[in-house]
Every structure is written in structure tokens, then in C-alpha cells.
Design a protein around this ligand. Sequence first.
Ligand SMILES: Nc1ncnc2c1ncn2[C@@H]1O[C@H](COP(=O)(O)OP(=O)(O)OP(=O)(O)O)[C@@H](O)[C@H]1O
Ligand SMILES: [Mg+2]
Length: 450
Amino acid sequence: MRINSLRLQLLAWVVLPLAGLATINLWTSHGNALATADLVTDRMLVGSARAIAEQVAMVDGVLDATVPPAAIEMFDTGDRDSVYYRVETAGGRLLTGYPDLPKAPQHASVEAPYRDHRLRVQTLGHAVIGAGADSPITVTVGVTLAGHDAMVKRLWFSAFAQQLALVAIAGVFVLLGLRRGLAPLIRLRDAVRSPSRSDLDPVEVPGAQSEIRPLIDALNAYMDRVRAQMAAQRRFIANAAHQLRTPLALLSTQASYALRETIPDARQEALVALQASSGKLARLAEQLLTLSRAEPGSRRPRADRIDLTEAARQVLETHAPNAIARKIDLGLDENGPVPVVGDGTMLREMIVNLVDNALRYSQAGGSVTVRLAAIDGEAVLTVADDGPGIPVDERDHVFERFYRIAGSAEEGSGLGLAIVREVVENAGGRVTLRDGAAGGLTVEVRLPLA
Ligand SMILES: Nc1ncnc2c1ncn2[C@@H]1O[C@H](COP(=O)(O)OP(=O)(O)OP(=O)(O)O)[C@@H](O)[C@H]1O
Ligand SMILES: [Mg+2]
């Protein structure tokens, strides 16, 4: 059975060992009680025997043993003990008492069965003046064990009660201590739960112990991160909505213009423009979707083994008509497969965005070259163009979402390079921008080789 309550766990850890110790203690205290009762009983037996012996005297030349009542009454402790005695001469002649009472060795007591009882027996030797060969006499006194056992019980019970009280008090203090100790945790729980907390602001728990502080700090740091992420998400949605609104408004204007137009040629022209706008809108939606898919945690991380060379070739094939239309020389420079591990769809999307940029931002008649190589255990993909390039102070910004360099005549949403960076970093690589050898921009992507 597993105990999930901290209270019960600590209680068990304190009270169970303590109860174990108390049990051992009870065992030893039973021994102590027994020894004490033995000692007391033996003293009484010796006292009784001495009292009897002292009354033995020569009366008219005959040994007379009169047992004084006090010697018997001293055992009358209310436990109904029976007392047996025997007085005999040195020669073994019985003077008075029970002839079959067992004897004990001198200065020691024995426990022996006698008439269905167990007796504790002591024997004492005593010289009687003028008794001749009959001296010394021996006096044996035996007593049943009821008083003795009652004394053991009494002594032991008080030890038992003390131990029990100790364990109970320890348990109560553990619970009280826990109540105090756990109070900051309960306050933390209430603070986190509190309906008045909506902004993920830091939790304050005054009086928290040094063990709980790190938990609170970690919680606050975590909420900080969540807050930052939520703010980024909000910004992204606002940006996306803003980006969608402009082309949608344009679309609507173009549609109403086409509806109003009666001249077929002009109407045709308006419809063509409308089609172009809706194409751009579709691309924007596409980019948004790709970016959301590229975000970590948005889809199951895939670890396909894909050949970057093959992926680049496919991308170039689909972009060839576009390059021909702009009279751009689009080339692939490779020497064999370059395998990497990652999400195939996303990696292809990354190449699409780089090639798209290179084609879009370089002038007609220019050239775009995609190079693939495996260098030092890394897959290196470069896309080089001979367009205007990107100024050094813009190079960090172009990776931001929706960031576009001011004054660009080309249409775009500013998401392409953000997608590239997200995909490359997810695959464990990095992307850098630098000046091309013949001007223009060279984008270099390095990924771990599979
Ligand atoms: N090869 C390039 N040559 C010159 N400038 C570039 C090149 N690639 C990107 N840029 C600049 O960087 C900016 C950001 O590029 P990015 O691909 O992120 O967005 P976009 O191309 O404007 O939009 P999208 O790719 O989402 O349609 C672009 O607006 C452009 O000004
Ligand atoms: Mg782009």
C-alpha cells in the first residue's frame, strides 16, 4: 500500500519507529518489574524467617518454636497469598510447620511447586543458645506468588502507560508541526487558485521556508515564461489578422468594381486583378499554416531520414517555370545525396521559402544557385543569388515574424524567413545570412548529417 499523504507519511516515519522502540522498552521494563518484585518478596521472606527464628528458644530444656503472627501477617497485602513455614533442628527434626515444604539453599531463594501452587521459598539458619546439637535451627518460609505477580503487573503497567503517552504526544507534535510547516504550501495553493489572479502575476507567500522557496520561484519563473509565450501568441494573432484584413478589403473592393463594370474588357481586367489578390491571400494563409506547423509541440516531432539533395531537386523543378518567366538562371550544384534527419515536409517548405525569396528579390536576368554538400559531419545547404542582398543591420530582423524590409516592391507577408529559422532550429541546425561572392545574398543552412 502506498501512502500519498505527506502527513500520514511523516506520522508513520515518526510514530512507527517510536512505537517499535517503546515495545523494546516495554520488554526490558517487564524484566525490571520482575526483578523489583523478586527483590521485595525475598526481603519479606528473609524478614519473616528472621522474625520466626528469633522466637525459637530453650524453654524448660526443650526447644520451643512459637510462630509470631506478625511474621505471617506481613504478607497480607490484599492479594490472598498463602504463607507456609517450617522450623527444624540442625539434625532435621521438625519443630513446627509443614514437613513437606521444599527448602531453599542458604542466602538464595527458589521457586518451587507446592500443593497446586508455585511458591517462592527462602531458608535461614539461626543459632539458638543452649540448644546444643540442635543448633543451628533452620527456618524456611514460602509464599504464593499472587502478591508478587500483582506487583509486577502494577510496575509494568505504569511503564506501559508512560510509553503509550510518549508515542501519542510525539504523534500529536508531528501533526502540529506539520500543520505549521505545511501552512505556506496551503497558502501557495490558495494563492494560485485564487479567482482574483488572472494575469499570471508572481505568487507571493510570506513566511515560506527555504525548502518551499525554490518551488515558488520555479512556479513564478514558469508563469513568466507562459506569460511571455501568451503575449507572443497574442501579438502573432493580431499581426495575422491585420495581414489578412488588408488583402480581404482589397478583394472586396475589386469584386464590387467588377460587378459595377459594364464594359467587358474592363470587367475582365478587374477579375484578373481579383484572382491575383486571392492568390496572394491563399499564399499568406499557406505561410501562416506552415509557421504554425513548424512551431515546436504543434505536431508530433518526426524523424524521417531524408535526402536534402533530392528535396532541393524537387523544389527547383516546381520553381523552374517561375525562374524561366523571370529569365533567371536557376541552378543546382550537388555531388551526391546529403541525408539529414527531420520532418521531411517542413524541410522541403524551408527550401521552398529560400528559393522563393532568391527568385523574388533578385532582378530579371540574374542567377540563383542552390548548393548542397556534406562538410565536417554537417549538411550544408546554400542558396545564393545576385540580387540586392540584405543590409547587415537588417539581418537579424528579417527572421522575425511579419518583418519586411521597408520599401520592397515585391509582395510578401514577412513569414518566409521566420519559417526557415523555426524549421532549421527544430532540426538541430542553424541558419546564417552573408554577402554573396558576386554581390547579392547567400543564405547558409547547416544541419547535422544523418
Ligand atoms: N534573397 C533575398 N534578397 C534580398 N532580400 C531578401 C531576400 N530574402 C529575403 N529578403 C528580405 O527579407 C524580408 C523578409 O523575408 P521573408 O521571406 O521572411 O518574407 P517575405 O518574403 O516578405 O514574405 P513571405 O516569404 O512570407 O511571402 C523580405 O521582405 C525581403 O525584403
Ligand atoms: Mg519570403
